[in-house]
Design a protein around this ligand. Structure first.
Ligand code: ADP
Length: 225
């Protein structure tokens, strides 16, 4: 299963990727995660990309493309992969097609309204890192306090409604050409990501199996919450 996962903040990209990664042992490759890790480790690559990542600017195409090319040569990608955060430009999209045959791009289409509600309701425990939502499960048992250690939960600055709206706008501006590229090459699967995961995921999984995109054996039995 060689797929690209595209979704605005709040679409639930991480949860979808995690599901396929756990159930079928297909690696979830996020360029953002790779860069953050390299920066934290202080590697040469980390030093090269630090200024871009920390100011929220795009890392130059030639660097990102090289990083992805290398990552896709690792043996764990033999049965496929889920790319997240890449490609982000038309240049990257074309380069990816030269590296490997991408089966499908899965576009998790979430409305601005739902994205804002999901992210502005998110609360994080500063001590243990557990994530809650004041509108959806898991909700904290006591308002704004962590169930496990009682710490005051944090509302991340980039989860504030006005910031979410801006991130949503930037996402559409950036990814529109990428989405259109996969649509015009008939490889786009568009999912209504406003609906709950337990409704959408089985349908998506069925489509991927029926179209022959997902044909690896089950790795673990994973329940959808
Ligand atoms: P976000 O979705 O908040 O931008 P990501 O984790 O996808 O977060 O990426 C974090 C940062 O890493 C980006 O702001 C950018 O600097 C860099 N980055 C990640 N993927 C790419 C890419 N495909 N092209 C250019 N820069 C990228």
């Amino acid at each position: 299963m060689r797929v690209v996962l595209i979704g605005a903040p709040g679409a639930g990209k991480g949860v979808y990727a995690q599901y396929f990664e756990e159930k079928y042992c297909i690696p979830h490759i996020s360029t953002g995660d790779i860069f953050r890790e390299e920066i934290a480790k202080g590697t040469e690559l980390g030093l090269r990309v630090k200024q871009y990542v920390e100011s929220g600017r795009l890392v130059p195409d030639e660097i990102v493309i090289e990083v992805v090319k290398k990552r896709l040569q690792q043996p764990d990608t033999e049965q496929g992969f889920i790319l997240d955060g890449f490609p982000r430009t038309i240049n990257q999209t074309r380069a990816l097609d030269d590296i490997v045959a991408i089966d499908r791009a899965i576009y998790l289409n979430v409305s601005e309204e739902v994205a804002v509600k999901r992210l502005s309701g998110r609360r994080v425990c500063p001590l243990c890192g557990r994530v809650y939502n004041i509108y959806y499960e898991p909700k904290p048992r006591v308002d704004e306090k962590c169930d496990y250690d009682g710490a005051q939960l944090i509302h991340r600055p980039d989860d504030k409604p006005e910031v979410v709206r801006e991130r949503y706008r930037v996402f559409h501006e950036t990814f529109k050409p990428v989405i259109e590229y996969y649509r015009s090459s008939r490889r786009l699967i568009e999912v209504n990501a406003d609906r709950p995961l337990r409704e959408v995921l089985p349908v998506l999984e069925k489509v991927l199996i029926e179209t022959g995109v997902l044909r690896v054996p089950l790795c673990r039995d994973v329940k959808i919450e």
